[in-house]
Ligand binder design. Sequence first.
Ligand code: SAH
Ligand code: DHB
Ligand code: MG
Length: 222
Amino acid sequence: MTDVRWDDVDRYASDLLVRPDETLAAALRAADAAGLPPISVSPPQGKFLMLLAQAIGACRILEIGTLAGYSAIWLARALPAGGRLVTLEVDAKHARVARENIGRAQLADIVDIHEGRAIETLERMVAAAVDAFDLIFIDADKPSYPLYLPLAVELSHPGTLIIADNVVRKGAIVDPDSSDERVHGVRRYNELVARHPRLDATLLQTVGVKGYDGFTLARVVK
Ligand code: SAH
Ligand code: DHB
Ligand code: MG
């Protein structure tokens, strides 16, 4: 299920609207050279995340799932002076590559990479009553999305945007009998979002160089 036009249009959008950026290109090359999987958000998606963060004036951003730091660089670039991005990564090699990429992007001073299982880091942040985040990007292991949601809400304030990646999975998301635990995780996540009394949400399907997938966008309303 792909169409060459999806790639063509992504390239068209990138060439026209997403300025060539040597730092981001170098981050992807470093990820590839280190053998990391090619699953970073696409350039137009990265810019979309940056624009969203800027649109809401985000000063504190939380990311769950760093990989090589590609989306983290986009999001951190949205921050005003004094802003912070906290990103959570379980894999030591991914965290090392991300640290190098974020250093090259001159963002080491505003980005904290927390190594370890995200659930534990999130629980620690809740227990420590850290300042709420303005935008939260959930992009780690899909079966754990339902566990991340309540912790993300606890780390939010009214107005926080909670964005989850990979919620369509080539359309598999509509199959309640799927044997794929990632599909289960994302379906459960969307159900929890739908009935959460503090959230108002939508789901947007996407196509492009990353195939057919989508984002769930939830706003904390109270
Ligand atoms: N947000 C990145 C892509 C993240 S890929 C980008 O778009 O550039 C998903 C990442 O989540 C991987 O690096 C993986 O190691 C990490 N991950 C998987 N399970 C995790 C867990 N339990 N805690 C923290 N990170 C996890
Ligand atoms: C996968 C994970 C992602 O976060 C993504 O954007 C694409 C694919 C994966 O685990 O296959
Ligand atoms: Mg993803």
